[in-house]
Design a protein around this ligand. Structure first.
Ligand code: ADP
Length: 163
């Protein structure tokens, strides 16, 4: 039985931190479902379809990675997919508190649900989707923080020159 995990997030947009987690997650799991959360209340910069395309392009045609989206509770999506393990990243202590609450809430909602956490390396611990969006909106250089296709997508969204 191949072991797969869901890697959920807003991915608005995908960053090198996410990519690093995907690559490292593939050392633990046979496959990952990168699942984009569709939460219009968060007023995302990129549509779900755009976010999925950016992830697919950046990951390439690696058959171990599936890109999907969900708009329900994560535990319900996990049940629907028959995958009960979720991969999450921890950047800082500030992530811990939220992730701890979330994983306990998810376990309460579905006792079969398990969360696996990986810590970021020193290269990406400060990279967040919201900071990347903010830097890019002012035309700042995000080339080391996101894959090239995402940098191009950000420049197109904000009408800033590509670096
Ligand atoms: P963000 O907070 O950057 O908007 P997401 O909601 O897309 O992120 O995050 C999805 C998951 O990826 C979360 O578990 C988050 O902790 C993790 N993650 C995000 N950025 C990084 C990073 N730079 N390094 C490791 N994990 C990360």
């Amino acid at each position: 039985m191949p072991r797969r995990a869901i890697y959920p997030g807003s991915f608005d947009p995908l960053t090198n931190g996410h990519l690093s987690l995907i690559q490292r997650g593939l050392k633990l799991f046979d496959g990952l479902v990168v699942a984009v959360a569709n939460n219009p209340a968060k007023k995302p910069l990129f549509t779900v379809a755009e976010r999925k395309d950016l992830i697919r392009q950046a990951v390439g045609d690696d058959p171990r990675v599936e890109v999907d989206h969900f708009e329900t509770l994560l535990v319900d999506y996990a049940k629907k997919r028959g995958i009960h393990t979720v991969l999450r990243g921890l950047r800082a202590v500030s992530d811990f508190e939220y992730e701890f609450q979330l994983s306990n809430m998810n376990s309460k909602l579905d006792p079969d649900f398990e969360s696996v956490f990986m810590m970021t390396g020193q290269d990406y611990f400060y990279v967040t989707g919201s900071l990347v969006r903010e830097v890019a909106s002012y035309g700042g250089d995000v080339s080391g923080l996101v894959p090239p296709n995402v940098a191009a997508g950000l420049a197109a969204k904000f009408g800033t020159p590509r670096r």
